[in-house]
Each structure stands twice: as C-alpha cells, then as structure tokens.
Design a protein around this ligand. Structure first.
Ligand SMILES: *[C@@H]1O[C@H](CO)[C@@H](O)[C@H](O)[C@H]1NC(C)=O
Ligand SMILES: *[C@@H]1O[C@H](CO)[C@@H](O)[C@H](O)[C@H]1NC(C)=O
Ligand SMILES: *[C@@H]1O[C@H](CO)[C@@H](O)[C@H](O)[C@H]1NC(C)=O
Ligand SMILES: *[C@@H]1O[C@H](CO)[C@@H](O)[C@H](O)[C@H]1NC(C)=O
Length: 179
C-alpha cells in the first residue's frame, strides 16, 4: 500500500501570557530520543526563551534510512495527577494515510495543524529529507489551546512514539502546563 515516508510529529506547547486572557501556557520540557540510530537521529531538539513573550521549540531529525515504509505515530496524552495518568488520547496513526486524508483523524489533525506551518513536512509521502521543526512559537500554541480548542488547566505530557516496521525508532515528549 502506501509508500515510504516519514512523519514527524513534533508538538508544541508554550508559555505565553496575554494580559486580557487568564490562561497561561508553559513549556516545561522538550525531549527527543532516537532508539534506532540506523534509521535516524535527532541533531537537536530544544526549547528556547528569547524573552517573556517569545519562546519557541525547534528540532531536527536526520534521516539515514530512506525510504520509510510502515511508519506509524503513536500519540498519547497524559495529565499529571500524582504521576502522569493517561488523559483522553491514545491514538496510533498511519502517517502516510493520515497525510493523504487528515480528516480521517480529527484529533491528529488538530495536533498536526499546531506545528505544521513551522516544519518542512507538509507534503505527501515519501520523505527523503531531514525533518525540521523551526521555531514554533508559544503564541501560536497559546491561541490554539485557548481559542481553537480550549484545554483544561493542568500539567500535560504529549508523548509521540514513532514506529517503523513495528519497532520504536524515536520518541518526542513535550511537557507543558496550562494554568
Ligand atoms: C529531558 O531532557 C533534559 C535535558 O535536555 C533532561 O534534563 C531531562 O531529564 C529529560 N527528561 C526526561 C523525562 O527524559
Ligand atoms: C521579544 O523578542 C522578540 C524577538 O527578538 C522581539 O521582537 C520582541 O519585541 C521582544 N519582546 C519583548 C517584550 O521584549
Ligand atoms: C494505548 O493503547 C494501546 C493499545 O490500544 C495499549 O497497549 C496501551 O497500553 C495504551 N496506553 C495507555 C497509556 O493507555
Ligand atoms: C499543507 O499544504 C497544503 C497545500 O499547500 C495546504 O492547503 C494546507 O492547508 C497545508 N496544511 C497545513 C496544516 O498547513
């Protein structure tokens, strides 16, 4: 069936305060791990604060093995309550199929649209270049989690695990707080 590809699900949340809005979003951590360095590797992955209102995350995954087939993304959202507990979402998505028809998964579509404009991955399979997330700003995420789809207060972990041919090749963890 589908092709070769890769799909990085990077996510972002942020820390930003608007005077007229009571919510505050903060990134508390951003971790990327490559489990199979024959397939690919993170060159960098970080959260940066320029000043109080301008903070962003960036990351780059270098692809060593091209092409990819059978790439899946397993997304789990956790909320901290005496340790992180599963919260709402536990979804496994076939990346190429999803890219062909994003409406097939409204949750992943929301997540995807939260970072795609800041990446080089908005195209269909296959992927043959390094995958880059460039300066995804907190303002953008702040708008999404307050205006587009409000998310309740709390400490969250968004965990993205990539499966290639059924084995985990990488994980991206985004920790954030909405208060
Ligand atoms: C995430 O990465 C930071 C360093 O970048 C490290 O200090 C921290 O322990 C890591 N957290 C997890 C949960 O792996
Ligand atoms: C924060 O940094 C950005 C980028 O350098 C700049 O455009 C903005 O004016 C700064 N904001 C404040 C409040 O200093
Ligand atoms: C998510 O779902 C998978 C299979 O449906 C299950 O094996 C896994 O334990 C679930 N994870 C969480 C955190 O509930
Ligand atoms: C991806 O690109 C297509 C075509 O350029 C555009 O119509 C679509 O809105 C983009 N998707 C996102 C999430 O930016």
């Amino acid at each position: 069936m589908s092709t070769k590809k890769i799909f990085v699900v990077f996510i972002i949340f942020l820390s930003y305060t608007l005077d007229e809005i009571y919510s505050e979003f903060k990134f508390t951590n951003f971790n990327c791990t490559s489990f199979d360095k024959k397939v690919g590797e993170f060159e960098y992955c970080y959260l940066k604060s320029i000043n109080r209102s301008y903070k962003y995350i960036s990351g780059k995954y270098k692809l060593y093995q091209i092409p990819f087939e059978n790439l899946k993304v397993h997304f789990t959202m956790w909320k901290r309550l005496n340790g992180y507990k599963p919260f709402l979402y536990n979804i496994t998505t076939d990346a190429c199929k999803f890219l062909k028809n994003p409406k097939s998964s409204p949750v992943m579509k929301y997540v995807f649209e939260s970072f795609i404009d800041y990446t080089n991955i908005n195209h269909s399979c296959p992927y043959t270049n390094d995958l880059i997330l460039e300066k995804l700003p907190i303002e953008f995420m702040n708008h999404r989690v307050t205006q587009i789809l409000p998310i309740p207060e709390g400490d969250y972990l968004l965990d993205f695990r990539w499966l290639y041919s059924k084995s985990f090749i990488a994980a991206i963890k985004v920790y954030c707080t909405i208060s």
